[in-house]
Write a protein that binds this ligand. Structure first.
Ligand SMILES: *Cc1c(COP(=O)(O)O)cnc(C)c1O
Length: 355
């Protein structure tokens, strides 16, 4: 289906004021945003407007009952400066998986991709040119109906914002294996990219940081025995030459980086198994010298190499280098910036705006 996206442009772009060598993290936004409203059972009025405030009623249901979900993805430039999106169809699908769990309406997947393409085309000057930089895109949906009471809202907004992000230098990280707090339980909302999951993770993450760790290693809710994920990334371990990653059991987020890493690893001839992984077996592998690498995988940082895992009274040493993790990170970067053939068919090209 083809949509009529109404575009209102700013009079003067702010892009010239941005120092691409020093992009403040998460506080810089491009000139425009994409918005669409849900009313009377349909999505209406898809439009691109100048970035700015949105009037919100204090009874907007998202503020009280938490119907709020989001996505995160990046736009890159190829050698010719043409903007490209990495697997946007996967984000469109996942948004609807989240919407389903949170009792929210589906957003048309073709309009999701169309909105992204239009916005990225318009904002192509905001895609940072440096290696490792990208234009971060944040599609999200929330209930904006003013209503006090417990039911699904009938009015929602879907918005896409864009924020340039500088290169991320991945230092080796230390994880805190969390046994007091949990991120997700069976039957809960762990597989949804829901704002509330993050709210519940903030305090445990602060406590882990106060202990000197970078991220929380989340364990299963029932027994605190099985590894789920790390911070806001999925996790991979290399033991005896083969890779393992926690299987998707409804409480682990279905990461797009995760599935891409699995494909790239298999393509390079590595064995990858998705299964339950206990903290105990990782500890034993560390002790008997078969634990070779571990890394987190997510859109924001790509691959985050893991040095050690701390738990009450002990430390599991993982590794001091991650040659395969590094190779996978480089391969993904090369595909995303058109330096390497897109053999998996992941990249969606859009165009520079014909001004
Ligand atoms: C978004 C997210 C991930 C990573 O997903 P990507 O699609 O790879 O960015 C992993 N875990 C959690 C909890 C997340 O919210």
């Amino acid at each position: 289906m083809s949509y009529n996206i109404n575009i209102t442009k700013v009079e003067q772009s702010k892009v010239d004021a941005l120092d691409f060598d020093n992009i403040p993290l998460g506080t810089t936004f491009t000139d425009h945003m994409f918005i669409c409203d849900y009313e009377n059972g349909v999505w209406v009025n898809p439009r691109i407007v100048p970035m700015g405030m949105i009037p919100t009623h204090p009874a907007a249901m998202a503020l009280h009952y938490g119907q709020a979900i989001f996505e995160g993805m990046k736009a890159y430039k190829d050698a010719q400066g043409e903007p490209m999106l990495f697997r946007p169809d996967q984000n469109a699908k996942r948004l609807n998986t989240s919407a389903d769990r949170m009792g929210m309406p589906y957003f048309p997947e073709d309009l999701f991709v169309e909105g992204l393409k239009e916005l990225v085309s318009l904002e192509h000057n905001w895609i940072p040119p440096k290696d490792g930089s990208a234009l971060y895109l944040r599609p999200f949906m929330y209930a904006d109906e003013p209503f006090i009471g417990m039911r699904a809202a009938t009015h929602y907004k879907f918005i896409i914002m864009a924020s340039p992000a500088g290169p991320f230098f991945s230092k080796r990280i230390k994880l805190w294996a969390e046994k007091q707090f949990i991120r997700a339980a069976h039957g809960g909302t762990g597989e949804a990219k829901a704002a509330g999951n993050y709210a519940a993770a903030i305090r445990p993450t602060e406590l882990a940081k106060a202990k000197g760790y970078d991220q929380v290693l989340w364990l299963d809710a029932a027994e605190h025995k099985y590894i789920q994920e790390v911070g806001t990334m999925n996790i991979f371990f290399k033991i005896n030459g083969a890779f393992i990653t926690p299987k998707l059991d409804g409480s682990v987020l279905d990461g797009i980086t995760r599935k891409s890493v699995i494909d790239v690893l298999r393509d390079k001839g590595f064995e990858v198994t998705e299964r339950l992984i206990t903290l105990k077996e990782i500890k034993e592998a560390s002790q008997n010298g078969t634990l070779e690498e571990a890394f987190g995988a997510g859109t924001a940082v790509g691959i985050a190499y893991i040095q050690e895992i701390g738990l009450e009274g002990e430390t599991i040493h993982v590794s001091d280098e991650s040659p395969v993790g590094l190779e996978i990170n480089n391969t993904l970067d090369a595909i995303k910036t058109g330096k390497q053939e897109d053999k998996f068919g992941w990249m969606l090209k859009t165009r520079k705006e014909l001004a």
